[in-house]
Structures are given as C-alpha cells and as structure tokens.
Design a protein around this ligand. Structure first.
Ligand SMILES: Nc1ncnc2c1ncn2[C@@H]1O[C@H](COP(=O)(O)OP(=O)(O)O)[C@@H](O)[C@H]1O
Ligand SMILES: [Mg+2]
Length: 234
C-alpha cells in the first residue's frame, strides 16, 4: 500500500537518508525504529512531502507520489502526525480538530468524522472547549492523532508518539494505535521506544545513520540479540 524505494535525502552536505527502502502492506502496523538522528523523522517528512527526495521513489497505492505536493498526499489518504505533536496551543481542542479537516469540504461528513474522533478519544470530547496548550502531553498526543484522523487516513504516519510520556500513557497511546489499525488504518510508526513499538507492530525496520540495517517480523526482531543489545537494553 505504501512503498519507499532507494530514498536518498540531503540537507545540504548532510546525507540524512542514504538510499532506504521499505514497504507497508494494507492493514499492517510497521515500525521504523532507530536512535536519535538516525533519519526516522526525515523518512516521514519526505513521505508526506515536507522534505524533498534527492533520489528514489515514494509510492502510495501503486501511484508514484515522489513529487506530489504535501496537500495532495493528505487528500490521497497519507497523513502524518508530526514529532512533538505541534498542536495549536492558543486554539481550543475543537478548533484544532476542525482545522485538521480543512482540506475536506463536506460538512456533514466532517461532523460525523468528528464524532468518531471523540468516540476514539473521550478525553478530547470532555475537553473540547479547552485550549490545546493547557492539555497534558498525552492529551496533546491524542489531539495530534485526532487531528490526523479528521482526514480519514488510509495510511497513518506516526512520529514518536511516545516521546516524553509517562509509561502508563505510552501504554494508552499504543493501545489506541492498535485500535485505529484494527479499525482499518494502515500504520507506519516511527519510534525510539523500540520495546513498545515491537510489541504492537507486525513488521519492523531498524535504521542507523540513514541506512536500514535490519528488517523482519517484529516478534523476531524483538528476540534477536542484535536488537536486544542495541535497542532493548541487552
Ligand atoms: N532541517 C535539517 N537541516 C539539517 N540537518 C538536518 C535537518 N533535519 C535533520 N537533520 C539531520 O539529519 C539526520 C537525521 O535526522 P532525523 O531524521 O531528524 O532523525 P531522527 O528522527 O531519527 O532523530 C540527523 O543527522 C539530523 O541532524
Ligand atoms: Mg525524529
């Protein structure tokens, strides 16, 4: 459903991605794990059209989208939740969610989608009038995910949803990711928290300094000595 072929991305002289390939099949949760600076965010930002591919190809549902504008990718169902949530702090929860749907003009449908988001995240429903900047980190992550869901994504790209959250909240966020996936959304999950990511993913890729060094079934990677030593604390 979503494929990256030999993707190379540069920031000036820095080669952030050195030709990576990965694929996400329909219905899967695939995780891309790796240390800080490995190139995870660059992979997602280039996938959603926020950074330019220097070389390589990005394919959604069989269509080459490597040069497609970011908005058109969202309309095609490829939607990203950015690293660090990036909610609008001075706007209410409701306004943030409504803004999430700004590419969609069918009001009745947006109202229905909003109801679904509130069902998925009851805490957002309770706090719909509250300013986003006053939410806890976990609630802001829910809001960022809810905002993405307003686009009814086919493929959801998540950039370190667990970052900065207490373990209990990480569990809650991950169980929501699983539920979103079970309801039919394909997920590419980027994480430094390899332990949690490998628990919910079907398959995984490991990235080190711009290169994919390992890939396979998540359960197999979680059991491998290499991954245990480098990412799971031995
Ligand atoms: N806007 C940028 N300008 C220059 N270098 C960048 C920029 N964004 C990321 N990098 C560099 O690219 C590499 C990959 O970064 P990033 O994709 O953010 O990694 P990760 O998300 O895995 O922590 C790092 O060396 C980082 O310093
Ligand atoms: Mg990152």
């Amino acid at each position: 459903m979503f494929e990256i072929h030999d993707l190379q991305v540069r920031y000036g002289a820095i080669e952030a991605l050195k030709g990576i390939s990965l694929e996400v099949n329909e219905g899967e949760i695939v995780t891309l794990i790796g240390a800080n600076g490995a190139g995870k965010t660059t992979t997602l930002r280039t996938s959603s059209g926020l950074e330019r591919a220097y070389r390589g190809k990005i394919v959604l549902n069989g269509a080459d989208i490597t040069r497609a504008p970011a908005q058109s990718r969202v309309k095609k169902g490829l939607v990203q939740v950015p690293e660090g949530r990036r909610v609008f702090p001075k706007m209410s929860v409701l306004e943030n969610l409504q803004l999430g749907a700004y590419l969609h003009h069918d009001k009745a449908k947006n109202t229905k989608t909003l109801e679904q988001v509130f069902q998925r995240f009851p805490r957002l429903a309770d706090r719909r009038r509250q300013l986003a900047g006053t939410l806890s980190g976990g609630e802001q992550q829910m809001l960022a995910m809810g905002r993405a869901l307003m686009n009814q994504p086919k493929v959801l790209l998540l950039d370190e949803p667990s970052m900065g959250l207490a373990p209990l909240l990480v569990k809650e966020i991950f169980s929501i990711i699983r539920a979103i996936n079970e309801a039919g959304t394909t997920v590419l999950l980027v994480e430094q928290n390899a332990h949690m990511a490998l628990q919910i993913a079907h398959r995984a890729y490991v990235i080190e300094t711009g290169t994919i060094v390992l890939s396979g079934k998540a359960s197999e990677l979680a059991d491998s000595d290499e991954v245990k030593q480098a990412y799971l604390g031995g």
